[in-house]
Design a protein around this ligand. Structure first.
Ligand code: IPE
Ligand code: IPE
Ligand code: MG
Length: 251
């Protein structure tokens, strides 16, 4: 039985975030260059977009390239940037016909111009779609994002647009690149690594974490559904007791 049959449609997470990890190791295991792993990972991206749309997840955030990834060998960074442009071009029509909207978070100014202009074009083409929102984290890191938010808040305080006493969790949220996006309820990281690697640190304060041993190029719909089933078997307590969660009317 596929795990999809066990999913409770009324409790599907609104937002799932994924750290797509393990492309290099997948390629090395086959005696290939790391860049081959990145190319093969594209099929997994297609799979999770299909899977998320099928179970009606509203937001799917994919960590595609971190701020730290700029420190990789130049040939790999160049290959990733070229792959990004090619994938945007080849997938645009399909994404559009599936009513997918695309949002990009990250330091867009650090991207090569050819990537930036393709990104802007596809985001604009898909902006009126009303189905799944794919949030692509490109040249993203939480440290970059949080420092930016702090700078903007400080500048608005200086200009007296806001007062120090206005600074709240909600206000801080509104200065992040994820301002209009709810926090993820579930985060999946593939490849067996159990760390966050500078990904959505503020937004994941109460996210359920799921670590899969599968290397990203092997990850498919069924693995995604499995992570949702596992998520649905957990009790999210938000600091309360199990009894309070199970019997909300108990004083
Ligand atoms: C994830 O796979 C893709 C990116 C970070 C761009 P890796 O390239 O990190 O693959 P491993 O972790 O070295 O196997
Ligand atoms: C995290 O993977 C970034 C992306 C998946 C884009 P890395 O492979 O770069 O993370 P570390 O270096 O293992 O923490
Ligand atoms: Mg990695």
């Amino acid at each position: 039985m596929s795990c999809i049959d066990k999913i409770d449609k009324s409790r599907v997470p609104k937002h799932v975030a994924i750290i797509m990890d393990g492309n290099g190791r997948w390629a090395a295991k086959r005696g290939n260059k790391r860049t081959y792993g990145h190319q093969q990972g594209v099929e997994s991206v297609r799979s999770v977009i299909r899977a998320a749309a099928e179970v009606e997840v509203s937001f799917l955030t994919l960590y595609a390239f971190s701020t730290e990834n700029w420190n990789r060998p130049k040939y790999e960074v160049d290959a990733l940037m070229t792959l990004m442009v090619n994938v945007i071009k080849s997938e645009a029509a399909d994404l559009n016909s599936n009513n997918v909207r695309l949002v990009v978070i990250g330091d867009k100014n650090s991207l090569p111009k050819r990537v930036r202009s393709e990104v802007d074009r596809i985001v604009d083409n898909l902006k009126d779609n009303t189905g799944l929102t794919v949030v692509m984290a490109l040249s993203y890191s939480s440290h970059w994002e949080i420092i930016n938010a702090v700078k903007s808040i400080a500048s608005d305080v200086k200009k007296e647009k806001i007062g120090v006493e206005d600074i709240s969790r909600e206000l801080f949220d509104s200065y992040l690149s994820t301002a209009k996006i709810p926090d993820p309820e579930l985060m999946i990281r593939t490849s067996g690594e159990a760390r966050l690697s500078n990904f959505l640190l503020w937004q994941m304060a109460y996210t359920e974490l799921s670590f899969s041993p599968t290397l990203w190029p092997d990850f498919r719909e069924e693995d995604f559904f499995q992570a949702i089933c596992d998520y649905q078997s957990r009790e999210r307590r938000f600091g309360m007791t199990s009894e309070q969660i199970q019997k909300p009317n108990l004083k």
